[in-house]
Design a protein around this ligand. Sequence first.
Ligand code: NAP
Length: 315
Amino acid sequence: MSHSPVENVVIIGTGCAGLTAAIYTGRANLSPLVLEGPLPGGQLTTTSEVENFPGFPEGIDGFQLMDNLRQQATKFGTRFETTLVTSVDFSVMPRKLVTSDRVILAKSVIIATGASPRMTGIPGEKELYGGKGVTTCATCDGAFYKKMEVAVIGGGDSAAEEALFLTRFASKVYLVHRRDSLRASKIMADRATSHEKITCVWDSVPVAVEGVEKGAVSGLQVKNVKTGALSTLPVKGIFVAIGHVPNTQPFTPPLDVDHNGYFKPAHGSHIQTKVPGVYVAGDCADHVYRQAITAAGMGCAAAIEAERWLAEHGG
Ligand code: NAP
């Protein structure tokens, strides 16, 4: 496995946190190397309209926002490489990042790997995932369900947003939630619950995805948790929106995570880790706010810390 020259700063992830860190370290002339994983641009590329990112009073398309950040990072000398980090060695200096085809050496590292969609684990979900009716992205797959009935599972902002987006295509959207009120912000919850095409299926958990034997979703079996009654929603598409799991696995150990798998920062900071020169930013380290703008803020803070650290330790 080949080694490469020692990088000043390697940023892992191309979501809001990673690209903001790239803009800042690029402007500091550190020539950052950004490692891009399986979802270039991160979760915002799977969202439709972003209405709450400051500076865009009319809202902005999530993909466009990420493309803008990428262009801004490129302008300041960021280099991109598509690869997955599988393990790290932070006990040595420079730090070692092991990918499938090489070892990358770095004086400082910013981990901004984000989070991946959580799945329900019910029978049929895995078998019919991706192109067969089960998906986690309405923006990507919604148009395949024109004039069909679909279900969204979840009760947070993501579920409300997915359900509202799907009303553009689907004839009816069932919003299946395990409680009797949405966790989503009031504005999103009001929009979803008052939409004529959305039917809320309260107090209900998904039990099984039907249609495995035909290779395509034919229904979603749900159970009312109060009555125990089982019923089947006659849907062709199932959109799972029940939160995310942080992508921290390749870094643990040596880094610490909490009981939900989020990075646990050290030294009373929200971005420093116990390893000098190694920082975390965005959804992989934030289970509280999880917003595009807070991820960008963490990316900025991590970049400034990395810059200071390199100045003190020979960057
Ligand atoms: P979330 O807020 O964690 O909501 C997850 C939802 O899924 C909850 O309603 C939860 O039920 C339900 N759930 C979790 N596990 C489940 C299971 N195994 N079976 C059935 N239901 C399950 O996640 P999110 O909606 O992805 O939002 C994450 C963050 O991003 C939030 O901070 C949110 O505000 C933000 N966000 C913002 C926007 C926006 O501003 N436009 C859009 C998307 C996301 P309970 O309610 O019972 O816990």
